[in-house]
Design a protein around this ligand. Structure first.
Ligand SMILES: Cc1cc2nc3c(=O)[nH]c(=O)nc-3n(C[C@H](O)[C@H](O)[C@H](O)COP(=O)(O)O)c2cc1C
Length: 184
C-alpha cells in the first residue's frame, strides 16, 4: 500500500473478529510505533498485548474499576465493562513513560507516545488489519494502572483494539482543508 493511502484514508474499524494480527504483522505494527517522532530519543513508551483468555481477565479488572467508582455499579454496567476487551482478538495497551528531563517536557513525551499509537493504527490500516483506539474513562483509573503493572511516571494512553475487519472498510469523506489551515 502507498504511504499516502494509509495517511489519507485510515479509519477506525470497530467491528473486529479473529484472527488477530500474525507475528509478522505485529512486528510491522510495533516497528511503525517505534518510528514515532521522539525528542531526545527517550523512547517514552511501552506496549502490552492482551489476547485470548487474558482479555477476560482485563474485563474483570475493568468491571472492578466500575465497582470502585460506586454510583453506577449496576450489573449491566459491570457486564458492559467485562465485555469490552472481547470486542477484538488483540488489545494493545499503550503506556507513556514520562520522566523528568532538562530539555524534553513531559507533555512532549506524552505526545511522542501518542504518535507511536497512531503509528500502530496506520500500520494496521496499511496491512488490512482493523483497528480502533478506544481508551475509555476506566483506562485512566488507578485500579487499572495497578492491575496492568504501571509504575512510577507511567500513564496508560490507549487501548488499541485490533483484528480482522468484519465489514468492508469505509472510505472517509475528506474534511475541507481550508477550515483548518490559515496563513499567519
Ligand atoms: C486518545 C483517544 C482516545 C479515544 N478513546 C475512544 C473511546 O474510548 N471510545 C471511542 O468510541 N472512541 C475513542 N476514540 C476515537 C476513535 O478512536 C476514532 O478516532 C473516532 O471514532 C473517529 O473515527 P475515525 O478514526 O475513523 O476517524 C479515541 C481517540 C483518541 C485519539
Amino acid at each position: 500500500m502507498e504511504a499516502l493511502d494509509a495517511l489519507l484514508n485510515r479509519v477506525s474499524i470497530p467491528r473486529l473478529e479473529a484472527p488477530a494480527p500474525s507475528a509478522e504483522q505485529r512486528e510491522i505494527l510495533f516497528q511503525a510505533a517505534l518510528r514515532a517522532p521522539d525528542h531526545g530519543q527517550l523512547r517514552p513508551w511501552r506496549f502490552l498485548t492482551v489476547e485470548g483468555e487474558r482479555r477476560e481477565q482485563l474485563g474483570e479488572v475493568l468491571a472492578e474499576a466500575v465497582a470502585l467508582k460506586g454510583g453506577e455499579a449496576n450489573p449491566a454496567a459491570l457486564d458492559k465493562a467485562r465485555a469490552m476487551p472481547l470486542r477484538a482478538p488483540l488489545v494493545v495497551v499503550v503506556i507513556a513513560r514520562l520522566q523528568e528531563h532538562p530539555k524534553v517536557p513531559k507533555h512532549e513525551q506524552l505526545q511522542a507516545a501518542a504518535c507511536a499509537a497512531h503509528g500502530i493504527l496506520l500500520a494496521a490500516y496499511a496491512q488490512g488489519i482493523g483497528a480502533v483506539w478506544r481508551t475509555g474513562e476506566l483506562g485512566y483509573t488507578e485500579h487499572v494502572a495497578k492491575a496492568l503493572g504501571l509504575g512510577e511516571g507511567e500513564e496508560l494512553i490507549a487501548f488499541l483494539y485490533l483484528g480482522t475487519p468484519m465489514k468492508a472498510t469505509r472510505v472517509p469523506e475528506p474534511l475541507p482543508t481550508a477550515d483548518f489551515v490559515q496563513a499567519w
